[in-house]
Design a protein around this ligand. Sequence first.
Ligand code: ATP
Ligand code: SF4
Ligand code: MG
Length: 326
Amino acid sequence: MAKNLVEFKNLKTYFYTGGGIVKAVNDVSFNIREGETVCVVGESGCGKSVTAMSLMKLIPNPPGKIVGGEILFNGRDILKFTEEELRNMRGNEVSVIFQEPMTSLNPVFKIGEQLTEAIILHQKLSKNEAEEKAIEVLKITGIPRAEQIMKSYPHELSGGMRQRVMIAMAVSCNPKLLIADEPTTALDVTIQAQILDLMRDIKKKLNTSIMLITHDLGVVAEMADYVVVMYAGKVIEEAPVEELFKNPLHPYTQGLLKSKPLLTEETGDKLYSIPGQVPNPIGMPDNCYFNSRCDRCMNKCKDKQPTLINVSPTHKVSCWLYEEGK
Ligand SMILES: Nc1ncnc2c1ncn2[C@@H]1O[C@H](COP(=O)(O)OP(=O)(O)OP(=O)(O)O)[C@@H](O)[C@H]1O
Ligand code: SF4
Ligand SMILES: [Mg+2]
């Protein structure tokens, strides 16, 4: 079995807001192995992006702060990294692509300038070498007429092409980990499929690990090796993808899956909405956060919080239905 590249251990990332403390990531632990795609799913606001941004150590402070836990990258805690080690990690070992590439590309510089600059910054190549490398990575992403694209401005490209450029930029340094936060949500279905193909291709070629954040269970079914389901700042279930789809245990996961029985169905990118709402993140009581929406809720669920337990060596769930002494 491949070794762990990333280990989140009891990570706690809080935001200190005027209204109170938001425990955006509340004691989260899971691993990402080398060459593996881990999909993180869950409703809006459950802490997916904050988990990823904690790994990049890009939590805005104030109001945010990592208040507990460890994030091991290749066995070393990045929370203890020096600024230089962090810069090196962000530029060379971990790359991020976001939902809307327009916000990551600078509108006033040509694609080629931005791409070569990023390559020079992180790989210490000469300008000519960097330009060659830029064209090479653009070609890997399947962009036609790469030389011409180098001379274009971001607004001259379609959304799908901009996302390919972002992916080119992200993989130009052969990162060990690619974090993709809703990378296809803004794209139409055909382009979305192409971008997912591209990511799979890159993973195969470069053995990159991928942390893929998505709302879309169709994307999970296609891309994931392993799935982590989050709810209100906590991991409530995790398992290899086949296992999770075949045997979902948590009532929340079951609700999500019931909503999308046909995995390739083109039904948009939103999860089916399970009745009820995520509790107010401020001042949450110490019970099962899903209790008000769960049709299997028992008395205990309102009083005490379940813990994430192993039901098999690779399948974990946090729900009183599976815990001893229920
Ligand atoms: N800068 C911030 N200040 C205060 N609260 C924040 C900040 N950033 C995130 N949060 C809070 O942290 C929680 C988790 O947010 P996060 O962005 O991780 O959600 P998400 O799962 O990525 O949702 P989405 O699917 O909508 O992207 C939310 O309650 C959010 O309001
Ligand atoms: S702990 Fe109880 S309320 Fe929470 S998901 Fe399980 S059965 Fe439902
Ligand atoms: Mg997000």
